[in-house]
Ligand binder design. Structure first.
Ligand code: SF4
Length: 724
């Protein structure tokens, strides 16, 4: 058999590393970095091992229909027809909002899947849309909309040229330096910056791998990053260390500085338990030269995430680091989202039916989904589509969600794997791997900071029974007789006409596909053509020149300036300042639970890949400080009960000096007990426990709806010890 080499890129995280994939007989045998691509140096084990998931026993390789306790294979066309009938009936009887949807990580990193799912949901007209962002990065989108009118802004840190990096809730030594941005070799660049005299601060309740290599590790209490950042801002404003020229492109600048000066640094220091001297040192260093404050996942997953993110932006802003070398800048990429974002992603505001929770970027907080499924009335969710991801594991109170989904009239899962969240699925629709796609993953490419755009190329042919996700949503829309484009039923004929072309050429992408959408988007973006990307196997290189002033010169806000004091964020800050400085439930739940990164793991959606590499997922380990262990007479290695006001799990104790007192850490993303149709009801455990069962649906950031996945109040107790 001859070997075949394919150049593509990884879609597991936003680094988008270029890959060289070797296959033989339609089987991937090796994945290496593509060293001819601009972006490959972050290449990691998650990509190197990702082909193993192609043969994973939980992989869905054909449409499956639930019949009793079993799944039976159904031909694709028949599946589309039956689902269209069932879903059509529900929408006909109960209205469009009776359909709810969840878009998970795998679906957001696959542009074709994401965009055609959106077209489908628009065609149905449902407001019940949920997105993994409300379990992770909503605070970024929310703050960017409030300050810059750009919810989909991807602001890149100029790490190569900065003098100071303040990392809050990030561990780039284990993952990579990226979140809703990406810096190729970011951690290496940060270390190089230190070597030339710069400073790296890592803010984290745990002495992470990054903290161990930083100049200074600052360890605040979880949920108090806002107090720390406000205190730093106060010191800068009080000493006039900010850049007065910033006022030119800011609304309410004087009012902002006055507000910052008025803060009580001692009180803020007491809240976050970071000494005033440390706060002053950070403020001095950060404002001396260029600096970048990056508040990331660890902060975004708290109930104070939106305010913390806002304050981190203010820190960059008032020190002149939103418009200069060594700060944050907008990378035009292929679409120039500052100019075209509003066109590609028009502003839509949705409100949840029961609790009137607001949407972010058009998606409602996922923590609302259970209530919307269980509360009777017009608009109650009766059918649900889980598109990629594993919300029962990723989200709060998964057992409640699981139970609510059991009562739905129709549950459809579109995914590469069968997951815990599919336990009650009536239909399993298979989805391809990124190693089987031939398209441009537009959004991911925009977030990746390399000035290069690359196409995904299929290294292997997808199994015959697996449709592209975009095909499924297109075909389902047409089968339901809903208008796929612009709300105009007549355009369905155009789409059908395109399908004939695809039939003739034998290439489904020649039909109405993500290719047509991408072509149009790049044309509007005006930076590159689809053809240029298509003709560049290792990526099309864009002009690497950074325009540091582009963002602040082109803001789409009404005034054309940055909104420094958005009303709701300011009100939320004042509410936090007025709240008790010691959390009220501390006596009952003395610890706060946080999460951590593992090299092999990328949230719950990579469980299938990670399981094959990790002897033990380590999610059933709870790490606590030795002082806390001694206080409750607990010993290293013993099993304990971990409980919160909404749930309980068991875990093995790891006594450590890496975590500060009052805080505990458990990895998230584990605990699948996936219903296995082949074993008629038996489950296939993925190992570990689901620590998110401890997180409450109603304990969340009021502005973004993100639940308190970090900072959850818990207690630990010894399990019954064996008596000798
Ligand atoms: S997971 Fe991220 S860092 Fe690792 S190879 Fe893929 S894109 Fe690169």
């Amino acid at each position: 058999m001859s070997q075949c080499t394919t150049y593509t890129h990884c879609t597991i995280c936003v680094a988008c590393c270029g890959l060289k994939v070797t296959s033989e007989d339609n089987t991937v045998i090796k994945i290496e970095p593509d060293k001819e691509a601009v972006n490959w140096r972050d290449f990691c084990v998650r990509a190197a091992e990702s082909h193993r998931s192609l043969q994973h026993p939980s992989r869905i390789t054909q449409p499956m229909k639930r019949v009793g306790d079993e799944y039976v294979p159904v031909p694709y066309k028949q599946a589309v027809k039956e689902i269209a009938q069932q879903l059509g009936d529900i929408v006909q009887r109960h209205g469009p909002h009776a359909l709810g949807s969840y878009t998970g990580n795998p679906a957001t990193s696959n542009f074709g899947a994401f965009s055609f799912f959106s077209l489908f949901l628009d065609a149905i007209g449902t407001d019940n849309r949920y997105f993994v962002g409300s379990l992770d990065q909503n605070s970024h989108h929310y703050v960017c909309e409030e300050m810059y009118e750009l919810p989909w802004a991807f602001l890149q840190p100029d790490v190569e040229n900065t003098d100071c990096l303040l990392l809050v809730g990030a561990n780039p030594a284990v993952s990579e330096l990226g979140w809703v941005f990406s810096v190729s070799e970011g951690w290496k660049k940060a270390q190089a910056m230190r070597a030339r005299g710069g400073t790296v601060y890592v803010v984290d309740p745990r002495r992470t791998e990054s903290a161990a290599k930083a100049d200074c590790h600052i360890s605040p209490l979880p949920e108090t990053d806002w107090a720390l950042l406000l205190a730093i801002l106060h010191v800068i404003a009080s000493n006039a260390w900010h850049d007065p020229a910033v006022a030119e492109y800011c609304e309410n600048f004087d009012e902002l500085i006055a507000m910052l000066k008025a803060q009580d640094v001692e009180a803020l220091s007491a809240r976050c338990e970071v000494p005033v001297a440390t706060i002053e040192e950070v403020a001095r260093t950060f404002s001396k030269g260029s600096g970048i404050c990056l508040a990331q996942t660890g902060v975004g997953q708290t109930s104070t995430g939106s305010v913390s993110l806002w304050l981190s932006h203010l820190l960059n802003l008032i020190t002149g680091n939103m418009r200069g070398k060594g700060g944050l800048y907008h990378n035009k990429g292929g679409l120039d989202m500052v100019k075209t974002g509003g066109e590609f992603f028009p502003k839509v505001h949705r409100t949840s039916r029961v609790n009137q929770a607001s949407s972010v970027g058009g998606f409602l907080p996922f923590a609302e989904a259970v209530t919307e499924m269980l509360t009777p009335g017009e608009g109650q969710i009766r059918a649900f589509i889980i598109h990629g991801g594993n919300p029962v594991i990723t989200g709060p109170e998964g057992e409640k969600l699981n139970a609510a989904m059991a009562d739905l009239d129709l549950l459809i899962a579109v995914d590469s794997f069968q997951r815990e969240s599919h336990r009650h699925a009536d239909w399993l629709i298979p989805a391809p791997s990124y190693l089987e796609l031939d398209e441009v993953s537009i959004l991911l490419q925009e977030i990746a900071n390399a000035p290069s755009l690359q196409m995904l190329r299929s290294a292997v042919k997808k199994p015959d029974g697996v449709p592209y996700e975009w095909e499924f949503f297109r075909d389902l829309t047409l089968a339901m007789n809903k208008p796929l484009l612009l709300g105009k039923p007549a355009l369905n004929w155009l789409v059908k006409g395109y399908s004939l072309i695809a039939k003739i050429t034998g290439n489904p992408y020649d039909g109405f596909s993500p290719k047509q959408v991408a072509k149009q988007m790049y044309k509007t973006g005006g930076q590159v053509s689809y053809k240029q990307i298509e003709n560049s196997p290792h990526g099309y290189n864009l002009d690497p020149t950074i325009d540091y002033e582009y963002l602040t010169d082109n803001l789409p806000t009404e005034s054309g300036k940055v909104r420094t004091l958005p009303v709701d964020l300011y009100a939320r800050l004042n509410a936090l300042l007025a709240s008790p400085s010691v959390r009220p439930d501390k006596a009952e739940y003395p610890l706060q639970l946080i999460s951590r990164r593992r090299k092999h793991m990328m949230n719950s959606w990579l469980t299938e890949g990670s399981m094959q590499q990790m002897k033990r997922p380590e999610s059933d380990i709870i790490e606590v400080n030795q002082e806390d262990a001694a206080r409750w007479q607990l010993q290293d290695g013993e099993w304990v009960s971990v409980s919160s006001r909404v749930g309980a799990v068991q875990a093995q104790l790891l006594v450590s000096d890496k975590i500060r007192p009052g805080v505990a850490v458990m990895s998230h993303g584990w605990g699948n007990n996936t219903y296995n149709p082949n074993k008629k009801g038996d489950v296939t455990p993925s190992g570990g426990v689901n620590r998110n069962l401890l997180v409450a649906n109603d304990d969340r950031d009021p502005l973004t709806g993100v639940p308190k996945l970090n900072g959850t109040s818990i207690k630990i107790e010894a399990l019954q010890r064996d008596v000798a």
